[in-house]
Design a protein around this ligand. Structure first.
Ligand code: KE4
Length: 436
């Protein structure tokens, strides 16, 4: 594997200098700034399949995949054709359009718990609206979330756990007022006892429990056997709505997301990423009864200039059609197995120092002595400085990992044997370099 020592990044560097003059941190979303892995962000010019090229022409095998949407890889021909075809007829009308109906039929056909749905333009809008809907439907004010689960940047969800087991949240960002955090209770993930205690202590006041069924924003944390079923039972017992934030897992773990994969129904589901094929999208859905509360049918207000945008909807329809046409989930399982098989012998040499976790086409790498990751504490025990060095070594070898040890990696249907071989070789050399 030729190490790209002294990789030419002059064009990215110049763009970054200009960007920092105009955009906070030079980026439009913080994690892109490479702050937690060091170095300067690369400005990506194009992508095709599993590969991306930066402005200086450096080529990488991409495992960030725009943080999850690109399950079919970059610039899938049919998705691009759908977007360009839609754009040629106009980019937005602010009126109902046929694409919204077609994609709503496709999505609700995959999620038994979603009889009706509403499209918005981001995952943040989806979860913010889902919480408002839960409060409007139940008439209750409090929500429960899990420490380490990320649901976008709505004030009442930028709330961290306190020291105790089940505590009132504390603002996790400047500008989030105690008043905004006051009605958010925070508990550990994979802990049914904490959920039960919180539900009992606040019985009758909790509108909903929102969680990532598989947390992917603080590394990858896999639910304990029975955890999600236990959550369902406790929410039913206490009359609390269960919101599954499937912005990442929806259409990724299975066509019907984590709900299909684990066999646990949510009351309200939020989606994003894959259903927009890489264009701005979010959505939330539930039973007819719950969704009847949403304006203009009901009193829960929510709106959006570009909600249901024809280009995003066309990209989503093309994505869902392709996923079905190419048996994508069989392919993704095969790709995931291949990656595990090829990385296995490499990682075995560092048992007790490196932990590779994978759930289908989602994976995370921890520099950690543990053998499993069940909660936040396990993730916090990882050496993020080592991850930063690993990230840099892999970049030099032409592999682009998500630029944070708290983020996960994604496979797509386009990560072929060649890409996986190169990745395993790069990992072997990078680990040798940093753990020698
Ligand atoms: P957006 O508002 O970024 O579209 O979605 C927010 C969101 C909601 N729920 C889950 C489970 C999510 O993972 C996200 C956003 N994910 C992050 C990456 N893990 C987006 C990347 C970024 O913030 O730049």
């Amino acid at each position: 594997m030729r190490v790209k020592e002294g990789m030419e990044i002059g064009r990215s560097r110049e763009l970054y200098r200009r960007a920092q003059e105009l955009l906070p941190g030079g980026v439009n979303s913080p994690v892109r700034a490479f702050k937690s892995v060091g170095g300067e962000p690369l400005f990506i010019q194009k992508g095709k399949g599993a590969r991306i090229w930066d402005e200086d022409g450096n080529e990488f095998i991409d495992y960030c995949m725009s943080w999850g949407p690109l399950i079919l890889g970059h610039a899938d021909d049919e998705v691009v054709a759908a977007v360009t075809g839609a754009a040629a007829k106009g980019t937005s009308f602010g009126t109902p359009n046929r694409y919204e109906v077609e994609i709503a039929e496709a999505v609700t056909g995959r999620f038994a718990s979603m009889e009706k749905m509403r499209f918005v333009s981001s995952g943040t809008e989806a979860t913010m609206s889902a919480i408002r809907l839960a409060r409007g439907y139940t008439g209750k004010e409090r929500i429960i979330k899990c420490d380490g689960c990320y649901h976008g940047h709505a004030d009442h969800l930028l709330v961290a756990g306190g020291s105790g087991l089940a505590t009132f949240g504390t603002p996790d960002s400047a500008g989030v007022t105690p008043g905004n955090a006051r009605d958010t209770l925070v508990i550990p993930y994979n802990d049914l006892g904490a959920l039960e205690e919180t539900l009992k202590r606040h019985d009758g006041t909790v509108a909903a429990f929102i969680l990532e069924p598989v947390p992917c924003n603080y590394g990858l944390i896999v639910p304990d056997a029975g955890y999600l079923k236990g959550v369902r039972e406790l929410c039913d017992r206490h009359g609390v709505l269960l919101i599954f934030d499937e912005v990442i897992t929806g259409l990724r773990l299975a066509p019907g997301g984590a709900q299909e994969y684990f066999g646990v129904r949510a009351d309200i589901t939020t989606l994003g990423k894959i259903i927009g094929g890489g264009l701005p999208v979010g959505a939330y859905g539930a039973s007819r009864e719950i969704m009847s509360l949403v304006a203009p049918e009901g009193p829960v207000y929510q709106a959006g200039t570009l909600s249901g945008n024809p280009l995003a909807m066309a990209a989503g329809i093309a994505t869902l059609r392709r996923l079905e046409a190419i048996d994508a989930y069989g392919t993704l399982q095969n790709r995931a197995m291949r990656l595990k098989q090829r990385l296995g012998p490499v990682l075995d040499q560092y048992r007790g120092r490196v932990l590779f976790l994978q759930l289908e086409s989602i994976f995370a790498l921890y520099f950690n002595s543990g053998t499993s990751v069940r909660n936040l504490e396990h993730v916090k025990a990882s050496d993020m400085k080592l991850f930063a060095r690993f990230h840099g070594e892999m970049l030099k070898r032409g592999v682009y990992l998500s630029p944070s040890g708290y983020e996960v990696g994604f496979l797509s249907t386009t990560h072929g044997d060649g890409e996986i071989e190169r990745t395993a070789d790069a990992a072997a050399e990078s680990l040798r370099e940093i753990l020698k």
